[in-house]
Every structure is written in structure tokens, then in C-alpha cells.
Design a protein around this ligand. Sequence first.
Ligand SMILES: C[C@@](CO)(OP(=O)(O)O)[C@H](O)COP(=O)(O)OP(=O)(O)OC[C@H]1O[C@@H](n2ccc(N)nc2=O)[C@H](O)[C@@H]1O
Ligand SMILES: Nc1ncnc2c1ncn2[C@@H]1O[C@H](COP(=O)(O)OP(=O)(O)O)[C@@H](O)[C@H]1O
Length: 289
Amino acid sequence: MNDVSRDWPAPAKINRFLHITGRRADGYHTLQTLFQFIEPLDWLDFTVTGDGAIVRDGGLAGLAPSADLAVRAATALQRRACVTAGVRIHIRKGIPAGGGLGGGSSDAATTLVALNALWGCGLAPAALEQLGLELGADVPVFVRGQAVWAEGIGEQLTPMDADRPWLVVLDPGVNVNTGSVFNDPKLTRHTERITIPRFNALDSRNDCERVVRRLHPRIATAIDALSEFGPTRLTGTGGCIFAWFDDRPSADRAKAGIDAHGRAWVTRAANRSPLPGRLEARQSSTNGA
Ligand SMILES: C[C@@](CO)(OP(=O)(O)O)[C@H](O)COP(=O)(O)OP(=O)(O)OC[C@H]1O[C@@H](n2ccc(N)nc2=O)[C@H](O)[C@@H]1O
Ligand SMILES: Nc1ncnc2c1ncn2[C@@H]1O[C@H](COP(=O)(O)OP(=O)(O)O)[C@@H](O)[C@H]1O
């Protein structure tokens, strides 16, 4: 029997703001954004096997294992570190998919961090982040597990200890295609760069919002409704949105008032992901064994 290493967490993220500052020669847009972590989480279990195969069960309904970012992450690490072992990955999804909450990227990052330890690859954190970037722009943030100010397309990361407001997150149930937003001719592409000390959440925006509002009127209606309770932003390219508050009762009141627009929940922005703690727990149990 192979041992199962259970309950590796993969949190969701929000973009507290998102400014688009330019476009690179390859068409990708350069951004400034502040990432923090939120609930809900996905949970992953890993069973190392001897046959070299990478197998997934559970996960997002309708998503082929070969397209799953967790499987793609395991395959990339296996190649990079010349690993001969395989793995069975079991994923319990808690994060709504395609909503700008980064669930696929987070599953990829958790897979990289967990398998780097379980397969004994010994890649340094910077090498794991680099490998993650090849899978998606948000993967390095989740590998690091620390709130960051991100620039470039998400590869220039500055750790941040940002304020930790209470949030109401609303999923209007609209799947937004990231490419369709970034390729829209009306997208704001040249917002002036700001410095971290000049950042003020209330003065910032999500530059994707105007395009997303036009493409998805349901999201526009939801933003307008949530804005009645507190300052509201889109996360990533949406469709999820969030409003922030100084205290939990205010967030609870907003949640009660917004339920008609989709599935809403109350959570608190975090500057630390639970992933590094899970890795440390694994390392101390191995050292103690
Ligand atoms: C903008 C963010 C913020 O978190 O949005 P969400 O995915 O969370 O909504 C991410 O960085 C998204 O990064 P990533 O997840 O790698 O983007 P993809 O879905 O692969 O991008 C789809 C397409 O959008 C365009 N694209 C994406 C990211 C970027 N910085 N510039 C772009 O122009 C490219 O045409 C790309 O082919
Ligand atoms: N493990 C995974 N979990 C969720 N989505 C995944 C996963 N692997 C690949 N995907 C694909 O990535 C897309 C974007 O999902 P996700 O990362 O959750 O959201 P977003 O990029 O909007 O923040 C999904 O629609 C799905 O096709």
C-alpha cells in the first residue's frame, strides 16, 4: 500500500485592485495588482506511486485530467527534476472555477510545493516559482504563499503586509473569458504606474471592470447592488466581485442584502496562505519520524 499525504490546502485569491500599465511585444499586458488570500479552499491529497503515471481523481466536473492545472504542474515538475515516481492526486474543489479566484492556479501551486517535498526534488522556492510561471501568471504568488504586490505579468513580486478587511464575496455565476477581456479594443491599457507607498484602495480600480460590465450586464448589476453597501471591486477578470468592510457585522449585513444576485459569502483577507504551514507540518513530522 502507498501512503497518502492528505489535506494540502489551496486557497482562493482576490486582486484588491488591478491596473493595466502597458502591453508587451508578445501581446501580454503588464499589470500592477495586490494579491491577498481568501476562503474557500480546495484540498488536495497525494499518493506517491512507483510507476511514473500522474493520475487525478475528483477535481472540477467536466475537466479532463490532462487539462487540469494540478496534473500539468505535476508533469512539469516530474520533467524538470527527472523524477521516475508517479502520483495519484485527489482534488476536492471548494473554489468556484473561472471566477477570478485563481483556483486552478492555486491547485497547480499546491501540487508543486507538495510534490517537491514528497518526491524529494529539492527545488529551491525561486525555481518552483519560475516553473509555476510557465503554467500561469498567478501560480508564483500561490507558491510563495504570501500577500504580494505584483508587477510585470505577475512575475515581479514584492511581499506586502496589507490591511485585512472583512469581505463579502459574490459569485454572480458568470464565467468570464480572460482573453476576451484583455483583447477588447476598449480596454484601458495605459494607467500610470503607482508606487506601493502611494497605494490607496479607495483611489484604485480594476481596469478590466469597464469591459466586463459591457460584456456581462449581470455582473454590472451585481457591482451596482453591492456598491450600495461598501466599496466594490472585480477580482481578476471576474466574474466574482467583493466589497470590503472594517468589521464583520457590516459584512454580514451586506451579505444578507445581496443574496439575490448570486452566491455570497463573508470572509477576511489574509496575508498568509495556509500552504507554507502545511509544508512545515510535513517537514517536522518527517524529521520527527
Ligand atoms: C489577470 C489575472 C489576475 O489575477 O486574471 P484572473 O485569471 O485571475 O481572472 C491573471 O493574471 C491572468 O493570468 P493567466 O491566468 O495566466 O491568464 P490566462 O487565462 O492564461 O490568459 C488568457 C489570455 O489573456 C491575455 N492576457 C492574460 C494575462 C495578461 N497579463 N495579459 C494578457 O493579455 C492573453 O491573451 C492570454 O492568452
Ligand atoms: N484544478 C483546476 N481547478 C479549476 N480550474 C482549472 C483547473 N485546472 C484547469 N482549470 C481551468 O482553468 C480555468 C480558470 O480557472 P480558475 O483558475 O479557477 O479561475 P480564474 O483564472 O478565473 O481565476 C477553468 O475554467 C478551467 O478550465
